[in-house]
Design a protein around this ligand. Structure first.
Ligand code: SF4
Length: 370
């Protein structure tokens, strides 16, 4: 399990290693075809900042080679905002006295229909809060089965599950799972996740092994930027990616690193601010480190950044997202999980991607290819 590997690595020592990387280390990394973790650390280090243009060119080259001129489009649907966890940065945390919604099957289907009216989306991400009693595996399974009547690719972002449950959902039409570890800083993890099942670091971080064991087709990993030192967190995620690729080599992987925005719960202020240039550096670093990994930007990022980065390394983007349950049709005015930055219509996002010389792709995978 990955938690065993992680326990051998010191957070502080990793931070120190990154901080002491030199321009020579960066040059060496940029000259290699197959990079190791030391190279990744060099590329996310402060020493790499002057190499941004060179990194952008390399990232663009690898992206073109592996993905062509395509950007995969997806849309999230929040099914619930009912949650038993206490993440201090999230408006859905259990202590927030807000109205809770769990979409009924009829409401869910209305959302699917409303999304189909927004654009030719074939990739949908079903998101829930973590409340296994009220919206557990059977609830998610039914939502997936119904979703497959409208969409060819269905991913989920829900509480970590057992390998058996991941397998069950995959057998019912689920194509992928996204899970945010949020931070790999074991010592600080419970500062942000003090109660509820999300406070169990090992259960969460080993969830990716369980996805791999269950044969999930696509695994999405994520760190929330704003909690801990992003350079160290991303190095740990890169290490996790390599570990998973080695053990579950048939699986496809994606990485997500959204920058935190103020939530609705009175405002958790991010501990760490990542600048636009640093976001670009990190994106290029991941592409140069792993030419095949899917890099996803959500609508948390502003339009100008997304328009620019879709030609330089990003391969998946969402559009016209709502982060409140039923936000497309049933309950458009309820509390959202976080504000989106890019609130353009789907057609506007698609047009901007085309202006950047890329082609928005709504469907690139079918059951028959599995
Ligand atoms: S981040 Fe997820 S698990 Fe945490 S409180 Fe919000 S909805 Fe619940």
């Amino acid at each position: 399990m990955f938690s065993d590997e992680l326990s051998k690595v010191s957070w502080e020592e990793t931070t120190r290693k990154i901080e002491t990387k030199t321009a020579e280390d960066v040059r060496r990394a940029l000259g290699k075809e197959h990079l190791d973790l030391e190279d990744f650390m060099a590329l996310v280090s402060p020493a790499a900042a002057p190499f941004l243009e060179q990194m952008a060119r390399l990232s663009q080259k690898y992206t073109m080679e592996r993905f062509g001129k395509t950007v995969q489009m997806f849309i999230p649907l929040y099914l619930t905002n009912s949650c038993t966890n206490s993440c201090v940065y999230c408006g859905f945390h259990i202590s927030n006295p807000m109205k809770r919604t769990i979409l009924t099957e009829e409401e869910t289907e209305n959302e699917y229909k409303a999304i189909r009216r927004l654009g030719p989306f074939e990739n949908i991400l079903l998101v829930t809060g973590e409340n296994p009693k009220l919206a557990g595996v059977e609830y998610i399974r039914r939502a997936i089965v119904k979703a497959r009547e409208y969409f060819s690719n269905v991913k989920i972002e829900v509480m970590p599950l057992s390998a058996e449950d991941y397998k069950l959902l995959a057998d019912n039409g689920m194509n992928g799972v996204i899970c945010f570890q949020e931070t790999y800083n074991r010592a600080r993890y419970n500062v942000y996740h003090p109660r509820g099942m999300k406070s169990n670091f090992e259960w969460r971080v080993n969830g990716f092994d369980r996805m791999g064991m269950a044969g999930v087709h696509t695994i999405g990993m994520g760190v929330l930027v704003g909690l801990e030192d992003w350079r160290t967190d991303m190095t740990m995620m890169a290490m996790h990616l390599r570990y998973l690729q080695k053990h579950y080599w048939k699986t496809k992987y994606s990485v997500n690193f959204p920058r935190m925005r103020a939530s609705e719960n009175g405002g958790f202020q991010p501990n760490v601010i990542m600048s636009d240039k640093e976001l670009a550096q990190l994106t290029f670093a991941f592409r140069i480190f792993d030419h095949d990994v899917d890099i996803s930007y959500s609508t948390r990022e502003p339009a100008n950044i997304r328009d620019h980065m879709c030609a330089l390394g990003v391969t998946t983007m969402s559009a016209e997202s709502h982060t409140e349950p039923g936000g497309y049709y049933s309950y458009p005015q309820t509390l959202e999980q976080f504000h989106v930055s890019d609130d353009r219509k789907t057609a506007e996002v698609a047009a901007a991607i085309k202006r950047a010389g890329r082609e928005p792709v709504w469907k690139d995978w079918d059951e028959v290819l599995n």
